[in-house]
Design a protein around this ligand. Structure first.
Ligand SMILES: *[C@@H]1O[C@H](CO)[C@@H](O)[C@H](O)[C@H]1NC(C)=O
Ligand SMILES: *[C@@H]1O[C@H](CO)[C@@H](O)[C@H](O)[C@H]1NC(C)=O
Length: 141
C-alpha cells in the first residue's frame, strides 16, 4: 500500500546493515541534523550519565568512539553493569558504549530520528527503473 512507498530521491543512504537492510537520512532534515549536533555538543558534556535501568523508549546522547562527538541514540540492550549497546538513530549504526558515555538529553532534542531503516524488498520501484535506482542507492554509500 501507499504507506510502504518511499521516494528514494528524498533520502541519502548512511549505513548498510545487511544485504537488504540499510539506513538513509531524510535530506530535507539536514538543517535539523546541524542544529542537533550543535545542541548536543553544548548539552551532553554537562549532562547526567544514564543511571540504573535505561529507558529503552527514550532518546539519549551517546559519545561516538570514533570521533568523540555526541549523537542521539537509543539503548538497544544492557551488556553488563558498565556497558550498553546503543543505536545512533540519526545514522543507523550501533556500538557498545560505557554508561558514562550515554547521557540524558533535554526534551526539545527528543524529536523523531533523521534516519530511517529501509528494506530493499519493501521499496516499491517501477519495474523499468529497478536496476538504475538500485545503483543510485548503492552508489551513495
Ligand atoms: C522528510 O522530512 C520531511 C520534513 O520533516 C517530511 O515531510 C517528509 O515526509 C520526510 N520524508 C521521508 C522520506 O521520511
Ligand atoms: C569505561 O568506564 C570505566 C570506568 O568508568 C573505565 O575504567 C574504562 O576505561 C571505560 N572504558 C572505555 C572503553 O571507555
Amino acid at each position: 500500500g501507499p504507506a510502504r512507498t518511499h521516494r528514494l530521491e528524498d533520502v541519502v543512504g548512511c549505513h548498510v546493515e545487511d544485504a537488504v537492510t540499510f539506513w538513509a537520512q531524510n535530506v530535507s532534515r539536514y538543517n535539523d541534523l546541524l542544529k542537533l549536533s550543535c545542541a548536543l555538543a553544548e548539552a551532553c558534556p554537562r549532562a547526567n550519565a544514564v543511571f540504573g535501568t535505561p529507558d529503552f523508549s527514550k532518546i539519549y546522547g551517546g559519545c561516538f568512539s570514533e570521533d568523540g562527538c555526541w549523537y542521539r541514540c537509543v539503548v538497544q540492550r544492557v551488556v553488563n553493569n558498565e556497558k550498553c549497546q546503543v543505536l545512533y538513530i540519526d545514522y543507523g549504526n550501533s556500538e557498545v558504549l560505557n554508561r558514562s558515555d550515554i547521557v540524558e538529553i533535554p526534551p526539545n532534542l527528543q524529536c523523531p530520528s533523521v534516519a530511517k531503516k529501509y528494506m530493499l524488498w519493501g521499496l516499491q520501484i517501477p519495474t523499468h527503473q529497478n536496476l538504475n535506482m538500485f545503483d543510485q542507492v548503492s552508489g551513495r554509500f
